[in-house]
Design a protein around this ligand. Structure first.
Ligand code: NAD
Length: 459
């Protein structure tokens, strides 16, 4: 879309935002249900698109893209009436004679920018919150997954008038054009690096932002954990979507006393979950890497780790033609390796060890605050020390990834891993202005008007 078309779209959505903001609960509910029906009726097209873009197994598209959206819609539909309020507030002594409430009003015109790794889900999940809040929206999906972006484009064109919701596709120059425009809110999902660009652009108009970013999310494996269960859980959470998940465990810190046993259990779990070659299996079991640039980055990590003393205990092989890398476990990882300095975002899992609580806390605090912190332990004191001693967007104990698909739980990062929260009511609030409304019912505060009584001045 060229500059003039983008500006035209912005102008017509701007003119329409107040009428969408005034829509009733029934109207918004109707739109959400239409979206749900459409998704359920077009599962095959969605699977085809993500297969073309990422070689995603059908099961992963259904679980990771479609079901998460259906669940989010169901939850929004169930609670929307209450969210739309009014939310009564108690009245304090200073405001005696008034009643107060919070009215969540639509922020208005919003921009949703999404990444490539869950290209349908991450474009539409914020849209669910935006519709619930009564906003008009432009969605800019990733240019790296064109089939999925055109699926999202067709869905939006089939369901909405462009003055209400529209999809704008294109490369970074299109994102830059969009970011020059005054939006009431920008909901960005992507890298920390681009998140900073978005926040800077938003500051020119004082647009509010939600930044759902990335980073290195550690999994701490304590000696008190149930080892086979933990290994299976980590194997699933890490290698789903070939590790191209913002909240996948990025690296493992395992207690030295169970280090060897952990590696063995991980090897067992990987062979159990992926018994066939991840390059050739039919039907496909394992996603490929999104493009050549990311493939080279990831294989470069393995080469760099090997050169610096890392031990590849599982995997470490790839198929260049298919852009596929097998599930890879790298023991003896060190901070000097590239894979411990950057977000991995692929099927490579480095393993480090710790001796005591102070050491593991120091390792985590030395890095940016993670999007998620995972603790695998039964020892309650250990769990408590980890929870209280660290800061992260989400923290999960003996579980992985589920924070994203649980509408009751605020999902998001903190500082370098993000600003603001998604999911359920938390997502609705990101697209709403919490307007404090006060109504005087009787009396007045005339004793505050000049001339002030001498008795009050003497206080
Ligand atoms: P990205 O930041 O490169 O791109 C995201 C979006 O920004 C895309 O729509 C892209 O077109 C646009 N963009 C890219 N460069 C830009 C620029 N210079 N100026 C303006 N816009 C630009 O991210 P990605 O590679 O698509 O996705 C991977 C990253 O996203 C990882 O860091 C991952 O952790 C993160 N992520 C976070 C979440 C979350 O919910 N927190 C979810 C998925 C992915």
């Amino acid at each position: 879309m060229n500059d003039i078309a983008i500006q035209r779209l912005h102008v017509i959505q701007h003119a329409h935002k107040y009428s969408v903001g005034r829509t009733s609960y029934h109207e918004r509910r109707g739109k959400l249900l239409k979206l749900r029906e459409y998704l359920l009726a077009h599962v095959d097209e969605a699977c085809l698109a993500t297969d073309q873009d990422l070689g995603k197994p059908r099961s992963e598209t259904i679980i990771g893209e479609i079901l998460v959206l259906i669940n989010e819609i169901q939850y929004a539909v169930k609670h929307l009436k209450v969210w739309m309020g009014p939310h009564r507030q108690p009245t304090g002594l200073v405001a005696l004679g008034t009643s107060s409430h919070i009215q969540y009003e639509a922020k208005g015109q919003v921009l949703i920018m999404s990444p490539w790794n869950y290209p349908i889900n991450l474009a539409l999940k914020p849209l669910i919150s935006a519709i619930a809040a009564g906003c008009v929206a432009i969605i800019k999906p990733s240019e790296l997954t064109p089939a999925s972006s055109s699926f999202v484009g067709k869905l939006v064109a089939d369901l909405f008038e462009e003055q209400e919701v529209a999809v704008v596709t294109g490369d970074v120059s299109v994102s830059e054009k969009l970011l020059e425009l005054p939006f009431d809110h920008i909901f960005f999902t992507g890298s920390t690096q681009v998140g900073k660009i978005v926040m800077k652009a938003a500051s020119a108009h004082l647009s509010s932002v939600t930044l759902e970013l990335g980073g290195k999310s550690p999994s701490i494996v304590d000696a008190s954990c149930d080892l086979p269960t933990t290994a299976r859980l980590i194997c699933w959470g890490k290698f789903f979507n070939a590790g191209q998940t913002c909240i996948a465990p990025d690296y493992i810190i395992v207690h030295e006393s169970i280090h060897r046993a952990f590696l063995k259990e991980m090897e067992k779990a990987i062979h159990h979950m992926y018994p066939n070659s991840t390059f050739t299996s039919e039907p496909r079991e394992f996603s490929r890497i999104v493009n050549r640039k990311h493939f080279d980055r990831l294989t470069g990590y393995i080469a760099d780790a090997r050169a610096k003393g890392g031990q590849v205990t599982v995997g470490g092989s790839w198929d260049e033609k298919q852009l596929s890398i097998s599930p890879t476990l790298i023991d003896q990882a060190k901070d000097t390796m590239l894979l411990m300095q950057e977000e991995i975002f692929g099927p490579i899992l480095p393993v480090l060890t710790y001796r005591n609580e102070e050491e593991v806390l120091a390792m985590i605090r030395a890095k940016d605050k993670p999007l998620a912190l995972y603790i695998h332990a039964k020892n309650r004191e250990f769990i408590d020390t980890m929870l209280k001693g660290t800061s992260s967007g989400n923290a999960l104990v003996n579980e992985l990834l589920m924070q994203f698909s649980s509408p009751n739980t605020p999902f998001g990062g903190v500082n370098q891993s993000g600003i603001g929260k998604a999911n359920g009511f938390f997502g609705f609030k990101e697209f709403s202005n919490a307007k404090g409304v006060m109504k005087r019912r009787y009396g007045s505060l005339s004793f505050l008007y000049p001339p002030i009584s001498p008795r009050l001045s003497r206080l």
